[in-house]
Design a protein around this ligand. Structure first.
Ligand SMILES: [Zn+2]
Ligand SMILES: [Zn+2]
Length: 109
């Protein structure tokens, strides 16, 4: 696959916003994800705020783990693993309370 803006250049990544392949020149890495320059330019209002919120894409219960994962740019699985480990160590109660508080106070995206 070649870059959608430069058909003569090899695509090195796919833009996570529009899905088009992009070359090294068009590649913009933001919070460890690849975006094309076009999406960066038109998405100042879109995905580029770093506010902590509940994720609607990465959700299992209320999207708190996914939201934290997106905020810290890590795999949501790790957040869930950490939450489960914390729940085991602290007998569950503080983690469940923290989760419920986050689920209530964090806005949905
Ligand atoms: Zn794009
Ligand atoms: Zn390009």
């Amino acid at each position: 696959m070649n870059c959608y803006r430069h058909p003569d250049k090899e695509g090195i990544a796919a833009c996570v916003a529009c899905g088009n392949f992009i070359c090294a020149e068009c590649d913009v890495i933001f919070r460890s994800r690849h975006y094309c320059k076009a999406c960066v330019e038109q998405s100042k209002t879109l995905n580029f705020k770093s506010a902590l919120k509940r994720s609607t894409r990465n959700r299992m219960i209320a999207g708190v783990c996914g939201g934290l994962a997106e905020y810290f740019s890590v795999d949501p699985t790790w957040i869930r693993v950490a939450a489960v480990l914390l729940a085991v160590f602290f007998m569950g109660v503080p983690v469940i309370i923290a989760y419920l508080i986050l689920a209530i106070i964090l806005p949905k995206e």
